[in-house]
Design a protein around this ligand. Structure first.
Ligand code: ADP
Ligand code: MG
Length: 676
C-alpha cells in the first residue's frame, strides 16, 4: 500500500534547517497493522502528516497504491485523503459545535464537488455509532462526552467513507488505560476485518498490539520488530478507485459546491445569532441610509425643480423698453417704443424657424376681481393680456370652459379665463361660466369680462402673483381697457422654442436681432428659466451626490464591521477549517463557504436595510407634508436607489468576504489543527 523511498524531511526554522526525518525506507502492505514507535520528538507526527498527505517530504518518494503522491496537486491529495484515509488524532479534532452524528457524517460532505446526496449516509453513520458504542449519544456535542467517547466518534468518522487505511497518531495518548484498551481493541478488530492500520505511539505496550513495529529514533529507523503475521483476508487487497477533481470548473460544479456548503453557512450564522445581528446592524443602517438619502435627494430635487419650471424649459421671455437715457449722438433710423405684434414678433417666426408659438405678456398686478358684490384676491390678482397660445407656453390647463380663440383676439372680445381660487371665491355655488367679473384697483382701473373658462389649480414660488389668482384676457382687449398709453403697449413676449432647439442660443440671437434693428433706442433682454434651472440642477446634483456619499460612508463602515467579523471568525475557526480541509474540503469549497457566509450576512442585512430605509423616507415625506402644506404625500420607489443599495450590499458582501476567504483557503492544515 505504501512504499517509502529515501524519505527525508527538514523543518525550516528561520534560516536554520532542522533535520527531522532522515532517509527513511519502508513498506506497508495492505492488511498490516503497523506500529511506529519512538520517543517524543523523534519525528513520528511529522511522518504521520507525510503519510496522510498533509505535508510534502523535502526529498524522497512516497508511493501510495502505485501512485507517486509527491506528484499530485493539493486538490487531488485532498480527494485521496477523503476517500482513502481515515484519520484518528491524539486530540480527537472533532468539530466542537456539531453533534456526534454531524461529526461522524463530516467526511461524506466532502469533496463538495461530488457531494452525493443519494447514498444512505445517515443509516451508515448510525450503524457505525452503534459499532463503536455511541448509540445513546448521537445528539450530544463533543464537550458532553468523555475522552474515550470522543476518540470513538473520531474512529467512526474515519470509517464512514469506505477507506482502506486508518492513520492514528497517538490515539490513546489522551486516554486513561481502560479507555485506551477499548480503543486499541476497536482498532485490532478493524484490522481483523481488513483495514490497514498505521498506529503511531511512544508506548511499547501499545506497540505490542501491532503486527509489525518500526522503531524511530532521531528521525531514523533503529530496527523493525515483527510481532506476528498480519491477519490475511480477501478484503485487505481491495482498493477503491479515486474520483479525480475536474480540471475545468463550470457553473454546475459551482452550483453543486454551493448547494452542499449552503447548510453550513446557515448553521454558522444561526449558531452566532447575537453576533451576526450586531454586525449586520452596521450594514442595515448603511443600506437604509443609502436608500433613504438617494430617494430623498431625488425627491426633493424633483419638487424644487417643479416649482421653478412654471415657464417650462424651452420657453423664453423677451423684454423690450425704450431707452430713455439715449444720447443725441446715439440716434439711428428706427426708434423703439414698444414691440409691434405683426412686424416685430410674428416676423420672428420667419427669421428663426425654431420659434414655435408666441404670446404677448401684458400685465396689470395688484388688482381685485369682483362679482355679485363678492370680492376675491385682495390686491393679489394679476391680469394678463395674451393670445390663446399663452396656456401652452405657461403649461396651464383649463378646469372647465374653453380657451381664448384668435377671433376673441381679433375682435377685442371682453372675455376672460379666471384662476381657480377666484372661481372658488366668487362662484362657490353657481357655474362660473358666462358670469361677469369686474377687475378693479378701486381707483382708475375698472372693466368687466365674461368668464369663458376656469384655469386648473397649480402651485408656484411666485408669491407676488399667485397663479390661482391670475386672469387671462385677449391682449387686444387688455390694450383697449388700459388706463394709459404705456401700459397699452407690448413690452413683454413669451415664446416657445421647438423641443430640440437650443433655448440659450435662440435667446441670444433674438436679442442681438432687436439690438441691431433698433440700436441704442431700445433696451432688450431675453431670459429663460432654463438658465436658472440649469444652475439649480447643478447645485441639486451636487447636493444629491453629497447625500449619497454620506450614505456610502455609512455603508462602508458597516461593511468594515462585517469584514472584521469575518476575519475574526476565520481566525477563531482555524481549527474547524483545518479539520474540514484534512477530511476532504477543497480550497474552493472553503473559499466559497466563507464568501457565502459574508454574502448571506449582507443579503439579510440588505433586505432589512431596504425595509427600514423605505419606512424611514416615507415617514420623513409624511412629516414634511405636515409642515409644508403644498407638498402632497406620495409613495415613492426609486428603482435607481434600490438598485444602488442592492448593488452596494453585494459589493460589500463580496469585498468583506474575499480576504477572509483567501485566508481560509491558504491555511496550512497542520498549523490549523495545532491552533486552539
Ligand atoms: P513526535 O511526534 O515524535 O514527538 P514531531 O514529529 O512532532 O515529533 O517533531 C519532530 C521534531 O520536529 C521535533 O524536534 C520538533 O521540535 C520539530 N518540529 C515539529 N514541528 C515543527 C515545526 N512546525 N517547525 C519546526 N520544527 C518542528
Ligand atoms: Mg507527536
Amino acid at each position: 500500500m505504501f512504499e517509502v523511498k529515501n524519505l527525508s524531511f527538514q523543518y525550516q526554522v528561520g534560516t536554520q534547517r532542522v533535520d527531522v526525518l532522515k532517509n527513511l525506507n519502508f513498506k506497508v502492505n495492505a492488511g498490516e497493522f503497523v506500529g511506529i514507535q519512538g520517543p517524543s520528538g523523534s519525528g513520528k507526527s511529522t511522518l504521520f502528516y507525510i503519510l496522510g498527505f498533509l505535508l510534502k517530504p523535502t526529498s524522497g518518494t512516497v508511493i501510495f497504491d502505485g501512485v507517486d503522491i509527491t506528484e499530485l496537486s493539493d486538490e487531488d491529495l485532498t480527494v485521496v485523503r477523503n476517500q482513502k484515509i481515515g484519520f484518528v488524532f491524539q486530540q480527537f479534532h472533532l468539530l466542537a459545535k456539531a453533534s456526534v452524528l454531524e461529526n461522524i457524517l463530516l467526511p461524506t460532505r466532502y469533496p463538495s464537488e461530488f457531494a452525493d446526496t443519494e447514498s444512505d449516509h445517515l443509516g451508515k453513520a448510525k450503524a457505525l455509532a452503534q459499532q463503536v458504542g455511541l448509540t445513546g449519544h448521537l445528539r450530544h456535542q463533543p464537550n458532553q462526552l468523555s475522552g474515550g467517547q470522543q476518540q470513538r466518534v473520531a474512529i467512526a468518522r474515519a470509517l464512514i467513507n469506505d477507506i482502506d487505511l486508518i492513520l492514528a497518531d497517538e490515539p490513546t495518548g489522551n486516554l486513561d488505560s481502560q479507555n485506551a484498551q477499548q480503543i486499541l481493541d476497536l482498532l485490532t478488530e478493524l484490522n481483523r476485518r481488513g483495514k490497514t492500520i498505521i498506529l503511531i505511539t511512544h508506548d511499547s505496550d501499545v506497540a505490542k498490539r501491532c503486527s509489525k513495529v518500526l522503531h524511530l529514533k532521531d528521525g531514523a529507523f533503529e530496527r523493525t520488530v515483527e510481532n506476528f503475521a498480519p491477519p490475511t483476508n480477501t478484503r485487505a487487497a481491495k482498493t477503491t478507485k479515486i474520483s479525480r477533481l475536474p480540471k475545468i470548473y463550470d457553473l454546475s460544479m459551482y452550483r453543486k459546491i454551493a448547494k452542499s456548503v449552503f447548510p453550513l453557512v446557515l448553521e454558522n450564522l444561526l449558531r452566532n445569532k447575537a453576533k451576526s445581528l450586531l454586525t449586520m446592524l452596521g450594514v442595515v443602517i448603511g443600506v437604509a441610509a443609502v436608500l433613504a438619502m438617494v430617494t430623498l435627494g431625488q425627491f426633493s430635487k424633483e419638487r424644487i425643480l417643479e416649482t421653478y419650471e412654471t415657464l417650462g424649459v424651452n420657453k423664453l421671455m423677451i423684454r423690450g423698453y425704450q431707452n430713455w437715457r439715449m444720447k443725441a449722438t446715439d440716434s439711428i433710423g428706427v426708434r423703439f417704443r414698444a414691440f409691434d405684434w405683426e412686424h416685430d414678433i410674428v416676423a420672428l417666426k420667419k427669421l428663426f424657424p425654431e420659434v414655435m408659438i408666441m404670446s404677448p405678456s401684458m400685465s396689470t398686478t395688484r388688482v381685485r376681481a369682483v362679482a355679485g358684490g363678492v370680492e376675491a384676491g385682495d390686491q393679489k390678482v394679476s391680469v394678463y393680456g395674451v393670445t390663446p397660445e399663452y396656456l401652452d407656453i405657461t403649461n396651464r390647463g383649463l378646469e372647465v370652459g374653453r380657451n381664448l380663440t384668435p377671433y376673441d383676439v381679433e375682435g377685442r372680445s371682453p372675455v376672460c379665463l379666471i384662476g381657480f381660487e377666484i372661481a372658488e371665491r366668487l362662484f362657490s355655488r353657481i357655474n362660473p361660466l358666462s358670469q361677469v367679473v369686474t377687475i378693479t384697483d378701486g381707483q382708475r382701473i375698472s372693466y368687466s369680462c365674461l368668464v369663458i373658462g376656469v384655469l386648473k389649480s397649480t402651485t408656484s414660488n411666485k408669491d407676488w402673483s399667485p397663479p390661482n389668482l391670475n386672469v387671462f384676457i385677449p391682449y387686444t382687449y387688455f390694450q383697449s381697457v388700459a388706463d394709459n398709453w404705456w401700459s397699452s403697449q407690448i413690452h413683454e413676449v413669451a415664446l416657445q422654442i421647438a423641443p430640440d432647439g437650443d433655448v440659450e442660443a435662440t435667446g441670444k440671437k433674438i436679442q442681438s436681432y432687436f439690438e441691431q434693428k433698433y440700436g441704442k433706442s431700445g433696451m432688450f433682454n431675453v431670459d429663460s428659466d432654463s438658465t436658472l434651472i440649469a444652475q439649480m440642477k447643478k447645485f441639486l446634483n451636487i447636493f444629491e451626490i453629497l447625500l449619497a456619499a454620506i450614505a456610502m460612508i455609512a455603508l462602508a463602515v458597516g461593511g468594515i464591521g462585517i469584514n472584521n467579523m469575518m476575519l475574526v471568525s476565520v481566525t477563531e475557526r482555524l481549527k474547524e477549517f483545518g479539520i474540514r480541509k484534512a477530511l476532504g474540503a477543497t480550497n474552493r469549497s472553503l473559499r466559497l463557504q466563507v464568501l457565502m457566509e459574508s454574502v448571506a450576512l449582507c443579503v439579510v442585512a440588505g433586505l432589512m436595510g431596504v425595509i427600514i430605509g423605505f419606512t424611514s423616507y416615507e415617514s420623513m415625506i409624511f412629516f414634511a407634508t405636515k409642515l409644508i402644506p403644498s407638498l402632497k404625500f406620495q409613495w415613492i420607489f426609486e428603482p435607481v436607489a434600490v438598485t444602488m443599495s442592492l448593488f452596494s450590499i453585494l459589493a460589500v458582501g463580496i469585498a468583506s468576504g474575499l480576504v477572509p476567504a483567501l485566508k481560509a483557503e491558504k491555511l496550512q492544515v497542520i498549523e490549523a489543527l495545532r491552533s486552539e
